[in-house]
Design a protein around this ligand. Structure first.
Ligand SMILES: *Cc1c(COP(=O)(O)O)cnc(C)c1O
Length: 429
């Protein structure tokens, strides 16, 4: 497989773009080698600038649950293009998408659209602080909530990949107000709340951790967060930017039956365009401007193009059995991988919820914590990553990213993936 054009483009990119990328994980730092430049996509495949095609498990890092160039999303976009790009006024389609989101995720009584997941979590936290009149926030190690100043503490994939869990440029005074607890450590949460619960404005959590690879909550974890927040009057925020419309129509909250006060959304709800959203209980949402005194705004918020793409996407994913099929695709692919890893004698385990999954080169067969993820064999991942790539499978270039399947992934793509995986596992031993 030739990558000459990608190599050439990366040279140029590094001259004009810091590190040659507009988001750090794209730089292949943790796996080594040269990042691919992608010039197009079709269904389950991406095509690089040297015309190689790959089965895509990145899905633009989450949004492309219908695969590339989904025809109904493209049709909705071209329809909107005829009517214009934006007006700085509320449109009928914004009302429609807000209604739909509130219907599919019933804990949302009201929702506000923003332009990225980062904005969604940042705004939800400001709102929780304004509502409770408290400053302290609680997050979990390995959870990523966007590059919000106060949340760049032990913050998952991008930061983990660079080996810089904290960022320069974030005043210590900001992160002093962020308390970091251990994901899936029920007792740790209880102990912290017993001591400090009255000062906690909110807990923000990925209900399925997706930025330290993929780590689902253990039974009782989310329930404990809910009961601590109830007891101490803190706001429970589920960051479902990744899991929303990815693991089920109602998000992770519907899978585990735990209801947050506020939810942050992004990725899938934009159908591939820049979108985020946050919403929840009306009595809390009422504190946002213009009704309330918590300020939040955005020139491009509710962009008609993004809303059109989002509505088309919501239509598609609300079809009966959509998530059952997506889940089955992921399951078939992962069980095939596990078989091949076992046959090759490679320690390997997987996690999966709906259309989201994680693969781990770990000795024990359950990965439920940040420490478990860290215990994975990173050299094995690196070998696996490059062999998969050379055999036409595009994975995220980091052992700490979750993988995604789309509704465009079918039997043929799974077979191609498993054939590549067999080669990869055989080269690891
Ligand atoms: C991707 C992600 C974000 C940030 O969203 P951006 O659109 O990149 O700003 C926040 N939270 C979670 C859980 C994410 O996966």
């Amino acid at each position: 497989m030739k990558h000459d054009r990608s190599r050439e483009l990366f040279e140029q990119a590094q001259t004009y773009i810091p590190g040659g990328v507009n988001s750090p994980v794209r730089a292949f730092k943790s796996v080594g080698g040269n990042p691919l430049f992608i010039k197009g996509g079709e269904g389950a495949y991406v095509i690089d600038s040297d015309d190689n095609s790959y089965v895509d498990y990145v899905g633009a890092y989450g949004p492309l649950i219908l695969g590339h160039r989904n025809q109904s999303v493209l049709a909705a976009l071209s329809e909107q293009l005829k009517a214009g790009l934006g007006y700085g006024a509320t449109t009928e389609a914004e009302v429609e998408i807000a209604k739909k989101i509130c219907k599919f995720v019933p804990s949302l009584e009201q929702v506000r659209l923003v332009t990225s997941g980062t904005e969604a979590t940042m705004s939800a936290i400001r709102l929780a602080r304004g509502y409770t009149r408290r400053d302290l926030i609680v997050k979990f190690e390995g959870c990523y909530h966007g590059h919000v100043d106060g949340l760049l503490v032990k913050a998952g994939s991008g930061a983990l990949t660079l080996g810089e869990p904290d960022s320069l440029g974030v005043p210590k005074a900001y992160t002093d107000l962020t308390h970091v607890l251990t994901y899936n450590d029920i007792e740790g949460v209880k102990a912290f709340f017993k001591e400090h619960g009255e000062r906690v404005a909110c807990i923000i959590v990925e209900p399925i951790a997706g930025n330290m690879n993929c780590v689902p909550p253990v039974p009782g974890f989310l329930e404990t967060l809910r009961s601590c927040c109830n007891e101490f009057g803190s706001v429970l925020i589920f960051d479902e930017v990744m899991t929303g419309f990815r693991v089920a129509l109602g998000g992770a909250q519907s899978v585990y039956g735990v209801t947050p006060d506020l939810t942050a959304l992004g990725k899938v709800i934009g159908g591939g365009l820049p979108v985020g959203a946050f919403g929840g209980r009306k009595d809390i949402m009422d504190h946002i401007a213009p009704n309330g005194a918590v300020y939040q705004a955005g020139t491009l918020s509710g962009s008609p193009l993004a809303v059109a793409a989002g509505l088309a996407m919501l239509d598609a994913v609300s079809a009966p059995d959509f998530y059952d099929k997506l889940s089955a695709t992921a399951e078939t692919m992962l069980s095939g991988m596990k078989e091949r890893a076992d046959a090759a004698g490679v320690p390997f385990t997987t996690n999966q919820v709906g259309g989201m999954f994680g693969c781990f080169f770990n000795k024990h067969d359950k990965v439920t914590s940040y420490a478990d993820v860290m215990a994975g064999d990173s050299a094995a991942f690196q070998t696996y990553f490059h062999i998969m790539l050379e055999n036409g499978v595009y994975l995220a270039p980091s052992a700490f990213e979750a993988g995604f399947v789309s509704s465009a992934h079918g039997t043929e793509e799974i077979q191609l993936t498993l054939d590549a995986a067999e080669k990869a596992f055989n080269s690891i031993t």
